[in-house]
Design a protein around this ligand. Structure first.
Ligand code: XMP
Length: 519
């Protein structure tokens, strides 16, 4: 089997909000990449054995004392280097050029005039020899290092890109990794394929083949336990492990009573019946609801749900004999982000991931087959492994489930009402095509009674809020501008079909200042 990570690109992160996107774009071009903080050691860079190096953008100015620099070895290895934005500036400065402090911050769309066609800009130009790019910078390169030529410019930026093709050094002031740069994908493909000479081995089928071989080797004939939640990551881990080791895998699915309508049955049918995976269902609704009785504080509810999960899962795990490994759906952004929060920057360290607080007597070794994959790669893998697309492209669902969508105290009566309301909302979003246009949508139970009229009488019943947001990163979000006719249809159905609901409201708050969830 070919080693599909042999052609590999190293990305050094200078702290730009777009750094992870660079790694994703490189992988979308079929080339394996990893991202490390800019100051990893020379030895680590050599050991990584990159076919090319990309220096990311960053928020700093090279003029600030102590601002980050690329390790000098980057320019000495003889492999191609692409500097993006700050990466281009520090490369220029480090190689003898000059960076000018920006008076005006250039932010947004710009058109570059391509003045010299190098390998990087191959196929980028339109009929006017221009290309649309996305700029976001204050400083700019004012004098190129020796050996470099300017390859494009904008009215405010004489060196929008430049290169020294003899030394295989390239720089762009704009951001090819964001979709606003019209030919960004092509530019990155030019770098990794035409300039670095990488093949295109990094794709779902090859990743699956490689991962299965690795899992077989790591696990041998031992037994593996996996907590299946029904979410994308644990589902893909289950499918992958099942292919690799078959019956040596046992999944535990904890039904906490806070899941969506029929979700427990669907998980059991999908993984148990359709895929033939051994799944133990722990029906723990009463236990969770019992522990939540009388509790209204959202953070206290989250803690209780987390604690009960660990206890139920541990009890199930103890019933199994001879399990050596615990599988987890950790993905690459978790690795980068958990390292970043420790170090204050993106720093990929090979630490043992936290096992989610299992008790000491359950000392498993970890299996994390998605640890080096981005979410979009995990999704593609899932589809290639035969998991239905509607499960793979489902909106995210929080760990505490309906526990944080029932405001205040959680009761079974409330959860049952909310499940039906949420299901009606989802049915209508899917039927109208709005499900895929929103990033997350759900119903929220309001424990207040509002008056309504039924026939000649008045009835006091509960209130359901609908929440639908558009977002890419979930850090900011705007409420989805659902058509009034659709909102009308949903609210009418909810009030007609659920006796105990007398009023439906639509949440028109954006994040910030509101959050996506109500608790
Ligand atoms: P907020 O409400 O913070 O949500 O704007 C951002 C994203 O995080 C999800 N979320 C959670 N996920 N456990 C989770 O696993 C939680 O306690 C939790 N709280 C919020 C939320 O659904 C949204 O996708």
């Amino acid at each position: 089997m070919t080693n599909i990570t042999a052609d590999r690109i190293l990305i050094l992160d200078f702290g730009s909000q777009y750094s992870q996107l660079i790694a994703r774009r490189v992988r979308e071009a079929g080339v394996y990449s990893e991202m490390y903080a800019y100051d990893i050691s020379e030895e680590d860079i050599r050991n990584f054995n990159p076919k090319g190096i990309i220096l990311s953008g960053g928020p700093e100015s090279v003029h600030i004392e102590g601002s980050p620099r690329a390790p000098q070895v980057v320019f000495e290895l003889g492999v191609p280097v692409l500097g993006i934005c700050y990466g281009f500036q520090t490369m220029s400065e480090q190689l003898g050029g000059k960076v000018e402090a920006g008076v005006v911050h250039e932010f947004g769309y710009a058109k570059i005039d391509i003045t010299h066609q190098d390998k990087l800009l191959h196929g980028i130009a339109d009929e006017n020899n221009q290309s649309q790019v996305w700029m976001s910078h204050g400083d700019k390169v004012a004098r190129l290092p020796e050996g470099f030529v300017s390859t494009s410019s904008t009215p405010s930026c004489p060196f929008a890109s430049a290169s020294d093709e003899n030394r295989k050094l390239y720089g762009v002031q704009f951001h090819p990794e964001v979709t606003h740069t019209a030919k960004g994908v092509e530019l990155i493909a030019n770098f990794v394929h035409k300039i670095c000479g990488c093949g295109s081995e990094w794709n779902s089928d090859n990743i699956i083949e490689m991962r299965i071989a690795q899992l077989k080797q790591q696990i041998g004939d031992n037994k593996v336990l996996l907590g299946l939640s029904g979410g994308v990551d644990s589902s893909v881990v289950a499918a992958l492990l099942h292919r690799a080791i078959g019956d040596q895998l046992t999944c535990v699915f904890v039904d906490n009573g806070l899941l969506r309508l029929n979700e427990g049955d669907q998980v059991m049918q999908m993984f148990g019946e359709n895929m033939g995976i051994r799944v133990i269902r722990a029906d723990a609704e009463e236990r969770f609801l019992g522990a939540l009785a009388g509790v209204t504080d959202p953070e206290a509810k989250r803690k209780i749900i987390g604690r009960e999960f660990i206890e139920v899962f541990s009890e199930e795990a103890r019933k199994l004999d001879g399990v050596k490994f615990l599988a987890q759906g950790t993905i690459y952004p978790d690795v980068i982000e958990s390292a970043a929060s420790k170090q204050g920057k993106a720093h990929v360290i090979k630490s043992h991931h936290n096992v989610g607080g299992l008790p000491d007597d359950l000392a498993f070794e970890l299996v994390e087959p998605l640890r080096d994959l981005f979410k979009d790669e995990v999704r593609k893998l899932g589809v290639a492994l035969g998991i239905p697309a509607h499960m793979i492209y489902r909106h995210p669902f929080p760990g505490p489930g309906l526990g944080v969508r029932i405001l205040g105290e959680v009761k079974k009566e409330y959860a049952d009402i909310l499940r039906v309301a949420d299901d009606i909302f989802m049915q209508e979003l899917r039927a109208s095509g709005w499900y895929d246009k929103t990033a997350q949508a759900f119903a929220v139970f309001q424990p207040v009674k509002s008056v309504g009229v039924v026939g000649d009488g008045r009835r006091y019943a509960w209130v359901i809020a609908l929440r639908a947001v558009e977002t890419v990163d979930f850090m900011t979000a705007r409420f989805a501008h659902l058509p009034y006719e659709l909102v009308d249809k949903i609210s009418t159905r909810i009030m007609n079909e659920i006796r105990d609901v007398s009023r439906v409201v639509y949440d028109v708050s954006s994040k910030p200042p509101a959050t996506i969830e109500w608790e």
